[in-house]
Design a protein around this ligand. Structure first.
Ligand code: AHR
Length: 488
């Protein structure tokens, strides 16, 4: 039952954001490959640009990830021939710096995304962070802004989002700190960055949402931040664990929203603070070589990705940005070889959402069989979601377009074997004028798209003749269906 008059919140398309890290073949050989015949004269792979454009990412985060905690932006500006090659200690590889700030800004322009820069709070200094901000945003004269001009860009880029470090809480991070130490440093950085450019929106480095770090950091930085970042990776070779684990994101958002509300209330803050889920995805370590992080995604993973998007829509009031980690080759919807590109299973729900998501999330009630999860298998960092069950096999979200003329209904049938038929009831009195759907499916939930078999997981489109309020629709086993219902 879709209750389109009960609005949950305005949907923010920034939940369809992406993330590019200098890691494996994400940047070099993914989006950027100067030698490739598939690249334009600036070195960008044009086939990848087309695929990224279809995902319509409103925002792209860069340059890391773990990489950023040893990154100096000055290495990546100016004539390429003068840029140093450095050892990247995060991923233990060489970094040529052929792709730097200006190349990233250009890429954002090409794909229509807003840039989101993450600052180096590992080996970086506050002075360097401030200079990066000046390089990007300062309209007046300063050494850093003049370097931007000398490098061919007169007008400031106006970068709005700046992340205060990446995963600073983890001992895998260069410059790892405890929460109090991080807050002390980040408050100073935040103060000076906002003095440098009062229009920036700072993103605090959050953890899972439910950790002790989160309590200390939300409280300590609320005064300065517009965004609180969370990271989540789930994934399992066990089907049910894989498709249900994304519900953990909803627990994270519930807890974080409460921490934010507590800080805003106690500190009498008027400005909003939203959650930026700036790294999220399915990741199964056992499925890829540790250095490459190139993961082949199954249809089950695509259902998990659709469920993540549902989680963000259900909490549209809190989650206003999310960045799939990552965009190309590394944990990615888009894979490249020197001569070709393939769209993985997880690409499809993202692309469909890019085409249909807007307006307001509205309430929907679902009645269908459910599944109890006994345990999460195969993932040592498993998130325990059993207590969130029983889980309806149909996971559903709905939205109403801003002009009020389309109801979008997104339905993931997580049952591995059973089709589920459900009556779709819209608010009484709605004049239904037609409906169509796009469906992600394959014969088997283990299906993957590879260079040899690029279409095993595919999308079908159908116009539903005679669709009317209350009509029953069949949702096939292990599928994701997005219905667009035109209403008068
Ligand atoms: O996305 C891959 C890595 O996962 C990122 O560098 C890091 O932030 C996270 O741990």
């Amino acid at each position: 039952m879709v209750n389109s008059d009960r609005v949950i919140g305005a949907i923010d398309r920034r939940i369809l954001g992406g993330f590019l890290e200098h890691m494996g073949r994400c940047v070099y050989g993914g989006v950027f490959d100067e030698q490739s015949p598939l690249s334009d004269n600036e070195g960008f792979r044009t086939d990848v640009i087309e695929a990224v454009r279809a995902l319509k990412p409103p925002v792209l985060r860069w340059p890391g990830g773990n990489f950023v905690s040893g990154y100096h932006f000055t290495d990546g500006i100016g004539p390429v021939s003068g840029r140093p090659t450095r050892f990247d200690a995060a991923w233990r590889v060489e970094e040529s710096n052929r792709f730097g700030t200006d190349e990233f800004m250009r890429y954002c322009e090409l794909v229509g995304a807003e840039p989101y820069l993450c600052l180096n709070m590992g080996t970086g200094t506050l002075d360097e962070a401030r200079e990066w901000l000046e390089y990007c945003n300062f309209a007046g004269r300063s050494a850093a802004a003049d370097r931007r001009r000398a490098n061919g860009r007169d007008a400031p880029y106006g970068v709005r989002y700046w992340g205060l470090g990446n995963e600073v809480y983890g001992d895998w991070q260069i410059g790892h700190k405890d929460a109090k130490e991080y807050v002390r440093t980040a408050r100073e950085w935040a103060k000076v960055l906002t003095w440098t450019d009062p229009d920036v929106e700072l993103v605090a480095c959050g953890d899972t949402g439910w950790s002790d770090w989160d309590e200390v950091v939300v409280d300590g930085l609320a005064e300065f931040i517009r965004w609180y970042s969370l990271h989540i990776y789930t994934g399992s070779e066990d089907y049910w664990s894989d498709v249900l684990a994304p519900h953990q994101a909803e627990r994270a958002v519930r807890i974080t929203a409460a921490l934010i509300e507590k800080a805003r209330y106690n500190q009498r803050l008027a400005h909003p603070i939203h959650v930026a889920y700036d790294e999220w995805n399915v990741r199964v370590a056992a499925r890829h070589a540790p250095a490459e992080h190139e993961e082949t995604y199954t249809l089950a993973d695509a259902l998990a990705v659709a469920t993540y998007l549902h989680a963000f829509v259900r909490r549209a009031d809190v989650v206003k940005m999310a960045n799939l980690a990552q965009l190309v080759n590394v944990l990615a919807p888009i894979m490249t070889s020197p001569t070709a590109m393939v769209l993985q299973s997880i690409y499809h729900p993202l692309r469909i959402f890019a085409d249909h998501l807007e307006g307001e999330a509205v309430d929907v009630a679902v009645s269908c069989p459910s599944h109890d999860l006994d345990e999460i298998l195969d993932n040592p960092q498993a998130h325990r979601v059993q207590d969130l069950g029983p889980f309806p096999v149909l996971d559903v979200v709905a939205s109403r377009s801003s002009d009020g003329r389309t109801i979008m209904l997104s339905v993931v049938n997580r049952s591995p074997e059973d089709d589920v038929t459900a009556a779709i009831e819209l608010a009484p009195g709605l004049d239904v004028q037609g409906a169509r759907f796009e469906r992600v499916h394959a014969r088997d939930w283990r299906a993957t798209n590879t260079f040899d078999h690029p279409d095993d997981v595919n999308v079908s489109t159908e116009v539903l003749e005679g669709f009317k309020n209350g009509v029953s629709e069949c949702f096939p086993a292990h599928s994701h269906t997005v219905l667009s219902i035109a209403v008068g």
